[in-house]
Ligand binder design. Structure first.
Ligand code: GLP
Length: 368
């Protein structure tokens, strides 16, 4: 089997949610910059909502305001949205995204894709969402969170690992967890949501998961240390080629000490590879789900969204307060180069071998 077929679970551990978020924000910035997106070849970014990504968005906004990153040639696809909640409801994921991110950066409204939870035909809306992703050539980097029960997006325990975008009934655990946004009243939480599927996430070229807090520790343990299991949908990423989980220390509390030490040692090797290796070379995406023929305009051959661009909700209260970023030297993200054999050509043999690691599951002999 060629080296490119190896699994590449990467886990980065930071002491607190702030440091973990800074790591991810810097990582995303470096990935977009390395891609050098243009109008006709935009960077396609999958995005989540939730408490965990809030700090990440603040840091991205801060970097944008500092002139370090532009989102002008970035196309976004959000992972999920409640069904039946008005778009301008403060807890809709539309509101969340504009409040925390879109209203503060230079992203073009027609490059924002969020599922319409009020569409008259929800199934058609889901199909159209998948088609739009395909038309852009797939998602380059999908950022996600994880629920305490191990769900990613709204792929609740028991979800099909081959699922694509669809309507899901929320699990009671999720309704309970999300009731904190609805006056702690479970009856106010929508019962259904639209969500990208596990396969939609798996199709992304790279997946980055943020997991912070002790309440995520069990999900992280199940997802990382145990086998692929549809009851802990995070675990599906064990089959992805470029999954990265960024945890704070609390989220590692249920992991074995040797697991933590192993991933910390891998990060050390990755840091060396980053500083010693050549710049990443982008390769064509290897898998694109059922691409539709791109609509071409007379002058430009860029993908054309097939619907009216989203409008910024008018009555959103925008929170512009930003956290101060931490010191950059600790936070410089590793680049894909440390994880791509193509670009590891400058590394010495021993280090290169170390980068081609098997996944933890293969190294565990007892699972009792
Ligand atoms: N659909 C979202 C998920 O995408 C998110 O990952 C999860 C955890 O959110 P939080 O970061 O608030 O814990 O909540 C919701 O269920």
């Amino acid at each position: 089997m060629g080296a490119c077929d190896e699994m590449w679970w990467r886990v980065i551990i930071r002491e607190d949610p702030q440091s973990a978020s800074v790591y991810i924000a810097e990582y995303i910035v470096s990935r977009i910059k390395a891609y050098n997106p243009t109008e006709s070849n935009p960077f396609v970014l999958g995005l989540p909502t939730g408490s965990s990504p809030e700090i990440i968005y603040k840091i991205l906004v801060q970097r944008h305001r500092a002139g370090e990153i532009s989102f002008k040639n970035v196309v976004t696809f959000n992972m999920d949205e409640y069904v039946g909640l008005p778009r301008d409801h403060p807890e809709s994921y539309h509101s969340f995204m504009y409040k925390h991110f879109f209203s503060h950066v230079d992203i073009l409204p027609h490059n924002i894709n969020i599922l319409d939870g009020n569409a008259t035909d929800l199934t058609a809306e889901c199909a159209s969402f998948d088609a739009r992703i395909a038309r852009y050539g797939g998602i380059e980097l999908f950022l996600g969170g994880v629920g305490p029960d191990g769900h990613i997006a709204f792929n609740e325990p028991g979800s099909s690992l081959s699922s694509r975008t669809r309507v899901k009934t929320l699990a009671y655990d999720t309704i309970l967890a999300n009731s904190r946004f609805f006056d702690n009243d479970v009856t106010k939480v929508p019962r259904m949501a639209m969500t990208v599927g596990i396969q939609t996430i798996m199709d992304a070229r790279e997946v980055v998961i943020v997991a912070t807090g002790a309440h995520k520790a069990f999900a992280v343990q199940k997802g990382l240390e145990e086998g692929v299991n549809h009851m802990w949908t995070l675990s599906a990423l064990q089959l992805h080629q470029h999954p990265l989980v960024v945890c704070d220390r609390d989220a590692t509390l249920e992991l074995k000490v040797k697991t933590v030490r192993y991933f910390e040692s891998i990060e050390q090797a990755g840091t060396d590879a980053r500083t010693q290796g050549p710049a990443m070379v982008y390769r064509p995406r290897t898998y694109v789900p059922d691409p539709l023929p791109a609509k071409k305009t007379a002058s430009k051959q860029q993908p054309t969204p097939d619907r009216t661009p989203e409008k910024v909700p008018k009555d959103l209260r925008i929170n512009t307060e930003l956290y101060r970023a931490q010191e950059d030297d600790e936070l410089t993200p590793d680049s894909m180069s440390s994880r791509m054999v193509d670009s590891a050509v400058g590394l010495d043999g021993a280090l290169k071998n170390d980068l081609i690691f098997d996944r933890m599951g293969a190294r565990m002999t007892t699972l009792s």
